[in-house]
Design a protein around this ligand. Structure first.
Ligand code: FAD
Ligand code: NAP
Length: 543
């Protein structure tokens, strides 16, 4: 019997509807939030749309799915026993291994008894007279709580582009972010993958090995660097575990909250030979630390062009057909769209059974009963894999009808882009918190420590209120305005805000173009959060 078959979650018809806190989402954020709030003695209910814990790692079961932050860093640090007892098997853990870890955490801290699965939250409404939130679900019931914590994820609302004729397609359609739980075997099938972001780049090499033929529909090429994944030796693991506390502490001093070797030099101050040596060393090591080769890669276009040129040269070395190599080569800023990390992605295009369909400057015209119609012809396939990403950062929140004071809707408040104070809370929405909300470093960092920091900040805040006999906390509009202005001002200094990525909402038609995460770096952000607490929650009104 699997862990999820054994699981003891809350039955749908549980009688209790009144809680101190409701948490929406049972990914890593919701799980740890539950643990911390329980530790304060609060009654808590977690509501989760999926049928088990894990969030991202519950839903994204596509072939090749794995993290691209090294496993020893992509894990919780709140419990030393937990981080000592768990043994990651590879440099970059696979999705099944990360999901096993999430299950282990749920078992170890007995989380499931306060989680209701298969329950999607539809509306979240503030009642000013009782100072409580009413949370209604697709089960037709309403729960109520003083505090409501949205742990709904930054990359959890799948983007399903509307293609004409999609419902006429005779084969199976998959989305990487909603992959079936049963094995999907593409052996002998003709398969289309739509999209070439991180998900596609992981899935394509594996699907290519199974499929009779694979067509990869590319609207925009993404830069990718090799993972060079490998098993972790016990010696390596033990070495880190022996100084885990120090290892974690120094990671938090880094811009993205992750250990990698940052070179403080400018790419433009060194000789071409020195530059190449740096890039070669990082290419050989693998992973996103490639962008740490020089300090100005994300601040100076000329510096960035040297790294982009290096990767384009690599693509030309790997891919035999120069036309395909050119089509796979991005011509914009490296690291502007999220840098991808792959295992044999570019080499996959040397296979006879793989065709790159470069629709740059065009679009998929329609789906037909037999396949995909693009560039004036039909590509007949048996299955379509949508690797089309997510309505990132705001999607999961805006898909819920959230209403604060005087019935103000979050969708209206955010119609020109998200507005938060520290990515943690919003004016007009008292006692409602967001974990890794827009306006916090979140997706620009190693997410696990960022999640932990938010959870701990929120738990400490609630504990403080209770100690003081207070029942309400809410950012002032002025503090929120100042933070939004700061988030935008810092974004303007970084090349990452300069292209059409999901960071700015460009992947979703009609979404306002605003750089959503905070790009001032984790250390500055942590300092700001600490200062706010030290000054008695500056920028919040408490009542
Ligand atoms: P999630 O894991 O997204 O969990 C949110 C949960 O909320 C989901 O289970 C969802 O079902 C639930 N939910 C949402 N709306 C509702 C609703 N209305 N009602 C009920 N439940 C709801 N980050 C890294 O730092 N390193 C990586 O290597 C990395 N790899 C990634 C790979 C993939 C394929 C993806 C998609 C993301 C990756 N991320 C990575 C980001 C990843 O999302 C975070 O690291 C982390 O797992 C987020 O945890 P979370 O709990 O905040 O959100
Ligand atoms: P993504 O980066 O947004 O990529 C989506 C792809 O689909 C893009 O190539 C996009 O093209 C294409 N697309 C979207 N709509 C389309 C349409 N209508 N027609 C044709 N193509 C379309 O999504 P993702 O790959 O799922 O990754 C999202 C994020 O999740 C990543 O950036 C990363 O943060 C995280 N992730 C991490 C890993 C990892 O290695 N750890 C793996 C997967 C995901 P355009 O570029 O032109 O928009």
């Amino acid at each position: 019997m699997t862990q999820s078959q054994q699981r003891q979650d809350v039955p749908a018809t549980t009688g209790q509807a009144v809680f101190d806190a409701i948490v929406v989402g049972a990914g890593f954020a919701g799980m740890y939030m539950l643990h911390r709030l329980r530790g304060l003695g609060l009654s808590v209910r977690v509501l989760e749309a999926g049928s088990d814990v894990g969030g991202t790692w519950f839903w994204n079961r596509y072939p090749g799915a794995r993290c691209d932050i090294e496993s020893m860093q992509y894990s919780y640090q709140f419990s030393d026993e937990l981080q000592q007892e768990w043994n990651w098997s590879e440099k970059y853990a696979t999705q099944p291994e990360i999901l096993r870890y999430a299950n282990h955490v749920a078992d170890r801290f007995d989380l499931r008894r306060d989680i209701r699965f298969d329950t999607r939250v539809e509306t979240v409404r503030y009642d000013e007279s009782s100072r409580r939130w009413n949370v209604s679900t697709d089960r037709g019931d309403t729960l109520t709580a003083r505090f409501c914590i949205m742990a709904t994820g930054c990359l959890s609302a799948p983007n399903r582009p509307v293609f004409d004729g999609l419902d006429t397609f005779r084969g199976r359609i998959y989305h990487t972010g909603e992959w079936p739980h049963e094995d999907v075997d593409f052996t002998g099938l003709r398969v289309a993958v739509v999209g070439t972001g991180s998900s596609a780049i992981q899935a394509v090499p594996i699907i290519a090995k199974q499929a009779a033929h694979l067509y990869v529909f590319q609207r925009t090429p993404h830069f990718s660097v090799p993972a060079h994944n490998a098993p972790l030796t016990p010696e390596f693991r033990d070495g880190i575990k022996a100084r885990y506390g120090e290892f974690r502490r120094t990671a938090k001093e880094q811009f993205a909250g992750v250990h990698f070797n940052y070179n403080p030099k400018s790419a433009l101050e060194v000789s071409p030979e020195e530059r190449r040596r740096q890039y070669e060393a990082r290419w050989a090591y693998g992973g996103v630390s490639f962008m740490g080769a020089f300090s100005d890669l994300l601040f100076d276009r000329d510096a960035n062009a040297t790294a982009a040129g290096f990767v384009r040269d690599k693509i030309r070395e790997i891919v035999r057909d120069p036309v395909v190599a050119d089509a796979l080569s991005p011509h914009d800023i490296i690291g502007c769209k999220r840098l991808c990390v792959d295992t044999d992605y570019y080499a996959t295009f040397n296979r006879d059974n793989v065709t790159l369909v470069d629709i740059r400057g065009h679009r998929i015209e329609r789906m037909t009963p037999a396949g995909v119609h693009a560039l004036g012809r039909e590509y007949a396939v048996d299955a379509i894999v949508m690797a089309t990403g997510f309505d990132a950062m705001t999607g999961a929140l805006k898909r819920i009808d959230i209403r604060g004071r005087s019935g103000e809707s979050l969708r209206d408040k955010w119609q020109d882009g998200p507005r938060t104070y520290l990515g943690l809370a919003m004016a007009g929405f008292p006692n409602l918190f967001t974990i890794t909300g827009p306006g916090s470093p979140s997706v620009l960092t190693n997410m696990l420590p960022s999640i932990e920091q938010h959870v701990e900040w929120i738990a400490d805040c609630i504990a403080t209120l209770r100690r003081q006999g207070k029942t309400l906390i809410e950012p002032t509009p002025e503090a929120e305005d100042r933070w939004v202005e700061h988030v935008n001002q810092v974004a303007g200094t970084n090349l990452r805000s300069a292209c059409s990525s999901w960071y700015v909402g460009a992947n979703i038609p009609g979404k306002p173009r605003v750089f959503m995460p905070y790009i001032g770096g984790l250390p500055d952000y942590l300092r700001k959060c600490e200062e706010v607490v030290a000054t008695g929650y500056e920028g919040f009104s408490i009542g």
